[in-house]
Design a binder for this molecule. Structure first.
Ligand code: IPD
Length: 282
């Protein structure tokens, strides 16, 4: 089957891309403050989705409601794709792709590795390879960091104290010196295959990290804090903002080959060297 053509985010005027980035930052930080500050002491599982392991909390729902309310008010012509409520069509050609809590299992257990991910894309984010991010932000409420980027504008991180820094991927290429981040699917059967891959990779690489939040994994690649990240089973809302941070930080994000777009079957993100090396070994 021919691959869909990915639309060009650079067709959006530069000034608008920067404004969209500023809005993504504002929304991710507002929703992040909500989920951090209003986390109930006795947080439970509200419902499960694709499998018994794929959980939703009341704060995933409240965070997505907040993001949708703000977008309806500020960007009424844009579409919205959210992890909890699915797609609302728009008429502008832009769609906001939001993960109200990426790393819900960490959040459930009060582990700090969770984030709010807000991106705006051109094209259709429900079709693999048929969309491209224009701007995005990933806010990690428990560290106060916000990773953000717009297409053609580079990628940055804003730290809790207000300090900013440019993001840049690592230049490691040697498998033995590679720190690899990965994640595991909510489907127990898929995990059997994932465990086999990890068992094969682990003796060959520097080490493996499993943080539990794909958006943050991607931002860690953008910041050079890990050399490469791969995962099977990610959705557009997990990757849209983080993958833009990686590419704007000089890295590469693909599926199982350089020609394949990242998607549910595989996401591989890294600096050029580590990305190529990992592709050869997966
Ligand atoms: C999940 C996290 C996790 C990854 C899963 C994602 P969610 O997102 O990013 O690290 O392994 O593939 O679905 O469900 O917490 O938003």
């Amino acid at each position: 089957m021919p691959l869909p053509t990915s639309p060009d985010p650079l067709t959006i005027p530069i000034g608008e891309r920067a404004e969209l980035e500023a809005l993504a930052i504002r929304l991710a930080e507002e929703a992040g403050a909500l989920v951090r500050d209003q986390r109930p002491d006795r947080l439970g599982v509200q419902q499960t989705k694709s499998t018994d392991l794929d959980v939703v909390t009341v704060m995933d729902q409240r965070s997505e409601q907040l993001l949708r309310e703000r977008l309806a008010e500020l960007r009424p012509d844009d579409g919205v794709l959210g992890e909890e409520e699915g797609v609302t069509a728009g008429s502008s050609g832009l769609t906001w792709v939001v993960d109200p809590i990426d790393g819900t299992v960490n959040y459930l257990y009060d582990l700090p590795g969770y984030a709010v991910s807000v991106a705006v894309v051109v094209g259709d984010p429900t079709v693999e390879g048929a969309w491209a991010p224009v701007a995005g932000a990933v806010h990690v409420p428990r560290t106060g960091e916000t990773f953000h980027a717009h297409a053609g504008g580079g990628a940055r991180v804003r730290l809790a104290g207000g300090l900013c820094g440019e993001l840049s991927v690592s230049d490691v290429a040697d498998l033995g010196a590679t720190l690899v981040a990965t994640g595991f699917a909510y489907d127990r059967e898929v995990r059997v295959g994932q465990a086999e891959i990890v068992a094969r990779l682990l003796p060959q690489v520097r080490d493996i990290r499993r943080l539990g939040a794909a958006a943050v994994d991607l931002c860690h690649v953008a910041a050079g804090r890990v050399d490469v990240y791969y995962e099977r089973g990610c959705h557009a809302w997990d990757i849209a903002a983080g993958m833009l941070c990686v590419t704007e930080a000089g890295g590469v994000v693909t599926g199982a080959s350089r020609e394949q777009p990242p998607g549910e079957s595989l996401v591989v993100a890294g600096g050029r060297g580590a990305h190529q090396t990992l592709l050869e070994h997966l």
